[in-house]
Design a protein around this ligand. Structure first.
Ligand SMILES: CC(=O)N[C@H]1[C@@H](OP(=O)(O)OP(=O)(O)OC[C@H]2O[C@@H](n3ccc(=O)[nH]c3=O)[C@H](O)[C@@H]2O)O[C@H](CO)[C@@H](O)[C@@H]1O
Ligand SMILES: C=C(OP(=O)(O)O)C(=O)O
Length: 433
């Protein structure tokens, strides 16, 4: 895999436009299968996971064309419900194809999905939801066959044991074309769920209550095409906000939805960072400011602090004055960045699901490894604030969720190079190549 070589300690300055959200693009691409006409989705980021989703849709008989006008998806001639194991393993979102395809084909054959290695990630809630809608599930070894009932899915009351994002999406898509009404209690409330509801409604569906305690879906048998722009990526925006805060810089992010990043903004303000919102942009300034630790932060389902920002927040905490306690409540194995941050000189102790971070005056560059997407992003942030040169290996993980990360950071004045795999890297504080 390629590497990033970052020479840290430079202040950042300038503007970056935030691209469309990965976690919206993936379910929306899947949901385009619901339509009986061509669909256009705009601002779909060019990411590894998006390319994997395109491969799946193509494998099933659909066509996807990317142009300056957005992504055109045509699944009118979709003819297969089998997703090969290799494609299932490429990402977590491969599983959300099930909900969109089950009404069209009548069955779907999959295997457990891949995704970031951040702990146990079962799909029991997805399968329970399908069963409630009338599906039969057959599991043998690694193969899962989901079969729709003969006369189609029927709306149902579904109470999720946990507000799982993926399970909520799968049930919403399957219920969108089921007969009658489905009510989802305890659904996920993330902005990406609201985006999916808006998209299904743009196809002619009827989804109400997304973002609240109960989602109600009136099934519609047929759905039309649409032209839809996805929401900006709040996790990418938050990552840049923390990059600015770590490097004690002033940067502006355009194409943001202020509401989606308000929680992080409030936290940064408490730490001493200035945050100024415009209608669709945000400027953060940490220039010449004394930045203190975020103290206690616990990840929670939305509107709580997002687990996908935890590694980056932990990296930021290393550069603050005082001690932070960061508790991970969503995934049971999401501290893979900790040993890598320690290699840079960070002072972090982990007990059960809480990391105690003691701010240090300086981190020093060395060779570290990105183990998953956000852990990798956290290492990039730490490297930007560290003294000397840091080499981050296995950056493919980072490129699952960040389009042109290095180019954007370069445009802000960061000293970052991308080194293709197999090219030998010599590490020295004057020059990295
Ligand atoms: C592509 C995408 O949108 N990924 C996001 C989605 O992942 P994903 O949809 O996989 O996350 P979930 O909300 O489903 O998972 C949250 C928790 O529920 C558990 N669980 C989930 C499903 C299930 O059937 N059984 C079960 O026990 C998981 O193990 C985890 O502990 O939401 C996560 C939580 O915000 C984010 O970190 C991911 O970036
Ligand atoms: C965990 C993540 O993604 P996925 O669910 O696709 O693995 C993430 O985006 O941080």
């Amino acid at each position: 895999m390629d590497k990033f070589v970052i020479s840290g300690w430079d202040q950042l300055n300038g503007k970056v436009r935030i691209h469309g959200a990965k976690n919206s693009a993936l379910p929306l691409l899947a949901a385009s299968i619901l339509a009986e006409e061509k669909v256009v989705i705009r601002d779909v980021p060019n990411l590894r996971d998006v390319r994997a989703m395109v491969k799946i849709i193509t494998e099933l008989g659909g066509t996807v064309i990317r142009s300056s006008e957005g992504m055109q998806i045509n699944t009118v001639h979709l003819n297969s419900g089998t997703i090969p194991k290799k494609l299932m393993q490429e990402m977590r979102s491969s599983i959300v194809i099930c909900g969109s395809i089950i009404n069209k084909i009548g069955w779907v054959k999959v295997s457990p999905p891949g995704g970031c290695a951040i702990g146990n990630r079962p799909i029991d809630l997805h399968l329970k939801g399908f069963k409630k809608l009338g599906c039969e599930i057959f599991e043998k070894n690694d193969e899962i066959l989901i079969k729709a009932p003969k006369h189609g899915l029927k709306g149902a009351k579904i109470e999720l044991d946990y507000p799982s994002v993926g399970a909520t999406e799968n049930v919403m898509m399957a219920a969108a074309q089921a007969k009658g009404t489905t009510e989802i209690y305890n659904p996920a409330k993330e902005p990406e769920i609201q985006d999916l509801a808006n998209f299904i409604n743009a196809l002619g569906g009827n989804v109400k209550g997304a973002g609240t305690e109960k989602i109600t879906i009136e099934g519609k048998q047929s759905m039309q095409g649409t032209d839809y722009r996805i929401i900006p990526d709040r996790i990418v925006a938050g990552t840049y906000m923390l990059a600015g805060a770590i490097t004690r810089s002033e940067i502006t992010l355009t194409n943001v939805v202020p509401e989606h990043i308000r929680g992080l903004a409030n936290l940064l303000e408490q730490c001493g960072v200035q945050v100024i919102f415009g209608e669709k942009n945000v400027t953060i300034s940490a220039k010449n400011r004394n930045i203190v630790s975020p103290k206690h932060v616990t990840t929670q389902p939305y509107p709580g602090f997002p687990t996908d920002m935890q590694p980056q927040l932990l990296a930021f905490s290393c550069f603050t004055e005082g001690t932070s306690f960061i508790t991970e409540k969503i995934f049971d194995g999401r501290f893979n960045h900790v040993p890598e941050l320690r290699k840079l000189g960070a002072k972090i102790e982990v007990k059960k699901q809480t990391a105690k971070v003691t701010g240090v005056s300086v981190l020093s560059g060395t060779v570290v490894e990105a183990t998953d997407l956000r852990a990798g992003a956290a290492l990039v942030l730490a490297a930007l604030g560290a003294e000397g040169v840091t080499v981050i290996e296995n950056i493919d993980h980072i490129e699952r969720g960040h389009e042109s990360f290095d180019e954007d950071l370069k445009s802000l004045g960061a000293n970052i190079l991308r080194i293709p795999k197999n090219q030998i890297t010599h590490l020295s504080n004057e020059n990295a190549y």
